[in-house]
Design a protein around this ligand. Structure first.
Ligand SMILES: Cc1cc2nc3c(=O)[nH]c(=O)nc-3n(C[C@H](O)[C@H](O)[C@H](O)COP(=O)(O)OP(=O)(O)OC[C@H]3O[C@@H](n4cnc5c(N)ncnc54)[C@H](O)[C@@H]3O)c2cc1C
Ligand SMILES: *[C@@H]1O[C@H](CO)[C@@H](O)[C@H](O)[C@H]1NC(C)=O
Ligand SMILES: *[C@@H]1O[C@H](CO)[C@@H](O)[C@H](O)[C@H]1NC(C)=O
Ligand SMILES: *[C@@H]1O[C@H](CO)[C@@H](O)[C@H](O)[C@H]1NC(C)=O
Ligand SMILES: *[C@@H]1O[C@H](CO)[C@@H](O)[C@H](O)[C@H]1NC(C)=O
Ligand SMILES: *[C@@H]1O[C@H](CO)[C@@H](O)[C@H](O)[C@H]1NC(C)=O
Ligand SMILES: *[C@@H]1O[C@H](CO)[C@@H](O)[C@H](O)[C@H]1NC(C)=O
Ligand SMILES: *[C@@H]1O[C@H](CO)[C@@H](O)[C@H](O)[C@H]1NC(C)=O
Ligand SMILES: *[C@@H]1O[C@H](CO)[C@@H](O)[C@H](O)[C@H]1NC(C)=O
Length: 491
């Protein structure tokens, strides 16, 4: 039986018209309360935590916040929302740059997941289950403590597994071990009609495919299942600053980094971090310092980089290093904020003219921006990258073949972000892709550009996978219950 049937009978909801979500706030709260779904109500400290977006530039007001503990709570919350025509949004770590965990607009039912963060490792199979509200740092700690296991994922311990894994998950192990979503082997999902299904390569395989890249549009994952690898005991994290005082030097250096990316050894994971006042090569090497030095030697020669830091340690040491020194084991009450605009890009190998345009914009325009900006370029692809080695259509993540992945980020330390501030980074990206075919670049939904309309967003994030995703969306969520302004629309 449809789980909503008794509920709607109880509340007389069947004939409700779909008015503004805020007009229906009381009806929604009644429905949730009668179903036994815990709420974080306005004015409570928990509510304040829930609605405080990571990016303080983009604040949204939910119609209600369901503070779920169980899969049944998620089902009932989704049923109440969909019956009233209110959009439902899972919030895990709440670290979306465009505040998609709050729905990316006002008036959503936010389903706050972070009380569901149990992680259990099966020591005999190496398969772990993690509830859908788990943060990355907690996952890393638990996998390590329960059996010295790990998956590949991004660096920030407060980021949620929900948003991160379901949309990619690129980190300092990804060149060696692939994306976070490559470690997902199954999930338990609440669908828009409030039923629960499992999915894997063999069970509901289309849903499983779509979850791994566009999960936020498809359902709410209440539990992830991950395969894991043995956490290595011999890793070296490093920072290698470069001095490129002139445009000419930067052009030679950037060209050399790109060339190196094409054949970089699989053990090396690296990004070029361009900030206003410094430029670093930084990353993680699977092996000791001598191995790192040998791997980097050709690049050090062509870029004049200095290996300023190279420290060998075990898995958790590098997790802590890249986690920025804060507490790694983050749970429900985590708080972290910045005020910024950001956008992203993937490109193939840039040609000489494109490299010149890049460096020209960097030195003549970006350097003139006195805010705290950076451009982080992950050496994402190349012939040895585990991300690019997997078949490009193996998951919904559409951008495996790109060599470089850019995050362009511009923040203010205090006060408001200026109204026209976005032009600096938007034009930076625009100058790099100028003249390229639309099919020759993409964007990363985990580094979203909040200014895109839904049509451009879908094309830029999901490229050639979009049509298939819209077809699956029509099957699992025809009414777009899990709507957000840059999500997949049903075919
Ligand atoms: C400090 C910082 C560092 C970062 N570093 C990296 C990095 O190294 N590599 C990288 O790839 N990315 C990185 N990111 C980006 C990060 O991966 C994304 O912001 C990610 O989407 C955040 O996930 P979340 O669960 O915290 O976000 P939320 O805002 O809670 O959710 C983001 C989206 O996922 C959906 N969602 C969340 N949970 C679920 C669920 N259980 N089921 C279905 N949908 C769900 C939400 O509805 C929303 O659409 C970083 C972000 C920050 C803020
Ligand atoms: C949900 O979990 C919280 C914290 O673990 C607990 O205090 C609360 O009683 C639980 N609520 C329900 C309805 O299970
Ligand atoms: C799991 O494996 C680890 C490492 O081999 C071991 O230390 C630990 O005791 C095991 N835990 C259980 C519950 O078997
Ligand atoms: C999903 O799989 C889990 C773990 O195997 C199992 O406990 C659960 O009953 C399954 N749920 C459904 C709806 O099939
Ligand atoms: C490296 O240093 C040499 C010698 O100072 C210089 O000629 C060259 O331009 C530098 N290269 C880069 C990329 O900085
Ligand atoms: C550490 O890694 C290097 C390769 O960089 C390898 O030669 C060495 O044997 C490893 N040491 C240990 C203790 O595993
Ligand atoms: C650089 O910044 C200054 C002061 O903020 C401004 O007057 C100038 O027009 C800027 N130059 C460019 C090329 O943007
Ligand atoms: C390139 O940058 C310039 C200077 O900021 C800007 O005027 C122009 O619109 C940008 N070009 C593109 C295609 O974005
Ligand atoms: C719920 O939606 C799924 C996916 O479209 C469908 O397979 C299932 O039959 C639906 N269940 C009910 C009870 O409507």
């Amino acid at each position: 039986m449809h789980p909503l049937a008794p509920l709607s009978a109880l509340l007389g909801l069947a004939a409700t018209s779909h008015a503004s979500p805020f007009d229906q706030a009381d009806t929604l709260t009644d429905c949730l309360t009668k179903a036994g779904v815990p709420l974080d109500t306005a004015g409570t400290p928990d509510y304040q935590l829930d609605v405080a977006s990571f990016n303080l530039r983009l604040n949204y007001t939910p119609v209600a916040v369901a503070a779920v503990n169980t899969t049944k709570h998620i089902q009932d919350a989704v049923a109440c929302a969909s019956e009233l025509g209110i959009k439902a949004t899972a919030k895990c770590g709440g670290h979306s740059y465009a505040s998609f965990g709050l729905g990316g607009e006002d008036g959503h039912l936010v389903i706050e997941m972070t009380r569901m963060n149990k992680v259990v490792l099966d020591n005999t199979t190496g398969i772990a289950t993690a509830e859908g509200g788990t943060r990355l740092g907690h996952l890393a700690v638990e996998l390590y403590n329960q059996g010295k296991r790990a998956i590949s994922h991004g660096t920030c311990p407060g980021v949620g597994v929900g948003g991160h894994v379901l949309h990619g998950g690129y980190g300092v192990s990804s060149h060696t071990h692939g994306l976070a979503l490559d470690w997902m082997v199954g999930a338990t999902v609440v669908l828009a009609n409030s039923t629960v299904v499992n999915c894997s390569e063999t069970e509901n395989p289309d849903l499983f495919w779509a979850l791994r890249g566009a999960g936020g549009s498809m359902g709410i994952v209440s539990e992830f299942r991950f395969k894991t690898f043995e956490a290595p005991a011999n890793l070296t994290y490093f920072v290698a600053p470069v001095q490129w005082p002139t445009e000419a030097r930067a052009l030679v250096g950037l060209t050399a980094v790109q060339e190196f990316a094409k054949t970089m050894p699989v053990e090396l994971n690296m990004r070029l971090f361009i900030a206003r006042r410094f430029v670093n090569l930084e990353g993680l090497y699977y092996g000791d310092k001598a191995g790192l030095q040998a791997a980097l030697a050709p690049l050090i020669k062509t870029t004049n980089a200095t290996l300023a830091l190279a420290k060998t340690g075990d898995w958790m040491e590098q997790v802590k290093h890249f986690g920025g020194g804060s507490n790694i084991d983050q749970g429900h009450g985590h708080e972290e904020h910045e005020t910024f605009y950001s956008t992203s890009l993937y490109t193939k190998e840039l040609n000489d003219e494109q490299l010149q345009t890049f460096v020209g914009y960097w030195f003549k325009q970006a350097k003139n921006n006195t805010r705290d900006w950076y451009v982080q370029i992950d050496l994402h692809g190349g012939e040895n990258s585990a991300v690019s080695k997997a078949a490009s259509d193996s998951t919904a993540y559409a951008h495996r073949d790109y060599l470089l992945m850019y995050l362009l980020y511009d923040r203010v330390d205090k006060g408001e972000y200026p109204a026209e501030g976005h032009t600096v980074m938007e034009n930076f990206a625009g100058n790099i892709t100028q003249g390229m075919e639309k099919s020759d670049w993409g964007m990363y939904i985990n580094y979203p550009n909040s200014r895109l309309d839904q049509t451009d967003a879908q094309t830029n994030y999901w490229g050639s996978h979009l049509a298939k995703l819209q077809g699956i969306k029509k099957e699992v969520d025809p009414e777009d219950v899990f709507h957000y302004p840059q999500g997949i629309l049903p075919a």
